[in-house]
Design a protein around this ligand. Sequence first.
Ligand SMILES: *[C@@H]1O[C@H](CO)[C@@H](O)[C@H](O)[C@H]1NC(C)=O
Length: 306
Amino acid sequence: MRRMLALFCLISLAAPLTDAWRPSQPRLHFQHSELVRSGRLMSLSVPAGDLNSLLPGEDGRHLYIGMKDHLLSTSLDDITQTPRKIYWPASPDRIQNCIMAGKSLQTDCANFLRVLELYNQTHLYACGTGAFNPRCAFIPTNLFLRAEEQRLEYEDTESGKGKCPYDPHQRTATAMIDGELYAGISSDFLSHDTAFIRSLGERHAIRTEQYDSTWLQGAEFVHVAAMSESDNEEDDKVYVFFTERAQEAEGAAGKVLYSRVARVCKNDIGGQRSLVHKWSTFQKARIVCSVPGPDGIQTHFDKLRE
Ligand SMILES: *[C@@H]1O[C@H](CO)[C@@H](O)[C@H](O)[C@H]1NC(C)=O
């Protein structure tokens, strides 16, 4: 059900819900209907059902939420406060083109915000699908403090190619590491080219080889994480977790899904000859999650979720 919207809920538990509350026995379970009645539930629809469009603020008091045509900032101290909004639509030309390409106005041809990262103390970095024409922008967080709703114009944005998918329904994972964006995305219009790309910052962008199934094939990205290996920064690594169609699976090449983790060196600047602007340190491994069964049969969990 890739095209369904996922409902995302915020629950405020700052105060007891009913008189039956006793401080010595905190309640862990709440009925949905109870929360609705109490007015302590905020429901928002987030595109494509993954959590890449949610970003806790550095102070832990805000949650930024990327939605369709809107970027929200909610107060985690009091979710009954109306969220602050920035309106960021796709350009009308792009919406027209998108519709003419046979896509849906409701579920495709809008600016679905899919990448949301803290950039520095004053700015977020965000990208949206821009009606199949991805765009990104540095967003000053103090824009949310203005009383009137802010609007981000096309001129305030930059190309989001290689940073954000065209299709809002494609799973995406990103991380901002030392001012560079590491993005696991499908990077073309038809979502045939799944890629792991580093961009932004001073260095030239580098990526996985395009349309080469030995690097990645139909990858659905789940998470990107940086990790140091020693005191020496030169050893720092970046890991990306995903599910893909496995080439090496016997008898059914390209049809069987495997959970994976891939790794690159943070200091990778690309290789030489055929590897110019490509990772020279990319390695991947299968993640085996399985439960052994009777007669040596194993149940494998090959679709990584979170
Ligand atoms: C954060 O980054 C933005 C965009 O590059 C820049 O304009 C701003 O000055 C930076 N802020 C700080 C505190 O470095």
